[in-house]
Ligand binder design. Structure first.
Ligand code: SF4
Length: 210
């Protein structure tokens, strides 16, 4: 596991992302293995921790990948009526916290729940050194799963909502107290109209295949 990351030159491409836009690695509707119930999942692009055993090393680069406006992303999430919430994953969502907080605010106004994974701990996200916008995003969250994946502490149990023992599930919305019903060792396969496939859920892995 990498230490708490200092300001890194790896982050510099973030400056090229326009305000109210996001740089994504992937997106899927109707996932049931990335949080309570049926939800959209937004995988952001960019993480500088480089954890050993990371499930999504293709998410590490901050170079522009799929650029989308906040407005377009909100519309995409709301367009699927079976999405009861949205989960932010990555990559590190909190490096794009300003735009994600606005996405969260708008979908919550339509009755959806919002959850985020983060390699930062909840305490780090409240520190002055936290990424810009962290407080705004935290204020919108119903659930936060915090802490990086630590390979030596990996959990492979069908009922665990986290992937390694150091990670914690913070439920900020009491209405979701009994909704911790997803498991880190389940896998989903999404098949898209063009024939491409996305695997998600098993140890958090996500991949696109032709
Ligand atoms: S924090 Fe998550 S995305 Fe980032 S390197 Fe660690 S496991 Fe991978």
């Amino acid at each position: 596991m990498a230490a708490f990351p200092p300001a890194s030159p790896l982050l510099s491409p973030l400056a090229s992302i326009l305000p109210e836009h996001l740089n994504l690695m992937g997106y899927v509707d109707r996932s049931e293995v990335n949080g309570p119930d049926c939800r959209a999942v937004v995988w952001v692009q960019g993480c500088c921790r480089q954890c050993s055993g990371c499930f999504n090393p293709q998410s590490w680069s901050f170079a522009p990948n799929q650029i989308i406006s906040v407005e377009a992303l909100v519309n995409r999430i709301l367009r699927e009526p079976r999405n009861q919430g949205v989960t932010f994953s990555g990559g590190e969502p909190f490096w794009q916290a300003v735009a994600l907080a606005e996405v969260a605010r708008q979908v919550k106004a339509q009755g959806l729940s919002v959850m985020s994974f983060s390699g930062f701990t909840w305490e780090q996200l409240q520190a002055e050194s936290a990424p810009v916008g962290s407080q705004a995003l935290l204020a919108q969250l119903d659930i936060l799963v915090d802490g990086p994946y630590v390979e030596s502490l990996a959990i492979h149990e069908a009922t665990s909502p986290v992937s390694s023992q150091n990670q914690r599930v913070h439920v900020f919305n009491p209405a979701l107290k009994n909704a911790i019903n997803w498991a880190s060792d389940q896998m989903e396969v999404h098949i898209f109209p063009d024939g491409s496939r996305l695997f998600t859920g098993y140890r958090g892995q996500v991949g696109l295949f032709d």
